[in-house]
Design a protein around this ligand. Structure first.
Ligand code: 9WN
Length: 419
């Protein structure tokens, strides 16, 4: 494993700020130079969280820049493009400009985990900037209304993701089953560029799925009646629940009624428990009508809820701390349980550890006063970035870095962990 010279906290913090400075385009922070040259939605929310204490001006600009991409439906897209292409699939695939609901700036047509209200709450907690809360609140209300109206495909109140990219955990083994069920052979789409850049067939399916949705005009009726991929994900919905609670706390600052947001969080809690729990939280495949029984780091999203019943909390934490996850690896938290046949320590969301999910679980530990767990997550994550740098993800056994270097959320959340 590559070793870096030892850095103290102050130097690590300076390095993190330098990475975020270098990744700032003047109109948003790119996740990493080169591979990800636009603004990604949940990446930006993590950047807001990390910059809240250090660069509140930049944190505000980051969120506002992302929200320029919000559609009239309330949907916050998973990518806001800064240049016309330079990433596949770029604007020519999404064709957002052909949709009446889309903004002027070019965007993707999918959404991503709705972390933004929690990020705004975090920002307020550290800055006390109520004026900014008032400014951003209506957009986040619209985002939540969109999820309630257009994404409740299962009819029980949870939001369904309609594409693996919407989970933020693209190649998670949780999506293998729903992807395998797609009729790619009949409708498969490839072009020369994809053959060169993405030899594996899952990427074909990703693009095919996105284009079907696009060709249906990004219509909610199509999603409800025809779209072949619809999954209720515990991480997406756990984050949404935490964001609803954040909205309830922020509402008075924005002159809004907190009650609907608090009630919404309660409904989400019940739906998550009723539909996604069976000894641990699993994603539900709405098209196959069953739980997807592979336990990934996404299973721990509902722990963000301070009102999670104690028996479920303890059972889930036991799984997290067991040899299925943290108990077996040197570093927190593998993205898939290590005993699963799909576990692969080298492949993105199929095994490696990520700073953002570690941060979310540390937040979950804090809301439940699980101090020892929180400390383990903090120390383990700082060890990863101290040893390997601000990489995209890390081998959970030896801590070596994988994927991009100078990855924005790894730097941003390190700043928060150091505080
Ligand atoms: C597709 C930008 C994004 C993250 C996701 C991560 C990866 C994109 C990709 O990069 O997804 O959206 O090209 O694989 O899985 O979580 O938001 O950092």
């Amino acid at each position: 494993m590559e070793a870096r010279p030892a850095v103290d906290d102050a130097a690590l913090g300076r390095e993190a700020l330098a990475v975020l400075e270098a990744n700032w385009t003047g109109a948003g922070t790119v996740p990493a130079p080169g591979l990800y040259p636009h603004q990604w939605s949940w990446d930006s929310a993590f950047v807001v969280i990390g910059l809240a204490r250090h660069r509140p001006d930049r944190a505000r600009d980051e969120l506002l820049s992302l929200l320029r991409g919000q559609w009239a439906t309330g949907m916050v897209p998973h990518i806001v493009f800064h240049t016309r292409e330079a990433y596949f699939p770029g604007p020519s695939v999404w064709r957002s400009q052909e949709n009446d609901a889309a903004p002027q700036v070019l965007t993707s047509g999918l959404t991503s985990p709705p972390l933004h209200a929690l990020a705004l709450w975090w920002f307020y907690r550290h800055t006390g900037d109520a004026a900014f809360v008032r400014k951003a609140f209506p957009a986040l209300e619209a985002q939540h209304a969109y999820l309630s109206s257009a994404r409740d495909l299962g009819g029980a109140g949870l939001a369904a993701i309609v594409h693996p990219w919407e989970s933020g955990m693209d190649d998670s083994p949780a999506w293998d089953g729903p992807l395998d069920a797609l009729p790619v052979i009949r409708y498969g789409y490839r072009n020369v560029e994809m053959d060169e850049r993405h030899p594996d067939s899952d990427h074909d399916r990703y693009v095919w799925l996105a284009m079907r949705y696009r060709d249906a005009g990004y219509s909610p009726e199509y999603l409800r009646d025809e779209h072949p991929f619809a999954v209720e994900d515990p991480m997406f919905n756990g984050i949404w629940l935490a964001s609803c609670q954040a909205m309830a706390e922020l509402a008075p600052l924005a002159g809004a009624d907190p009650v609907p947001h608090a009630e919404h969080a309660e409904r989400l809690r019940q739906a998550i428990l009723d539909r996604l729990w069976d000894g641990c939280f699993y994603a539900r495949d709405l098209r196959a009508g069953r739980l997807i029984r592979v336990c990934t780091v996404g299973a721990f999203g509902p722990l963000l809820d301070p009102g999670l019943p104690t028996d479920r909390l303890h059972a889930a934490v036991e799984v997290l701390e067991s040899a299925r996850f943290m108990g077996a690896t040197g570093y927190p938290v593998p993205s898939c349980e290590i005993r699963a046949s799909q576990f692969d320590r080298t492949r993105y969301w199929r095994g490696p550890s990520w700073v953002n999910t570690n941060w979310l679980l540390r937040r979950a530990a804090a809301v439940h006063s699980l101090d020892h767990l929180g400390q383990q997550l903090t120390n383990g994550t700082l060890r990863l970035v101290r040893q390997a740098g601000f990489r995209e993800c890390f081998d959970p056994f030896d801590g070596s870095g994988r994927g991009c270097r100078d990855f924005s959320w790894s730097a941003a959340l390190t700043l928060d962990l150091l505080a």
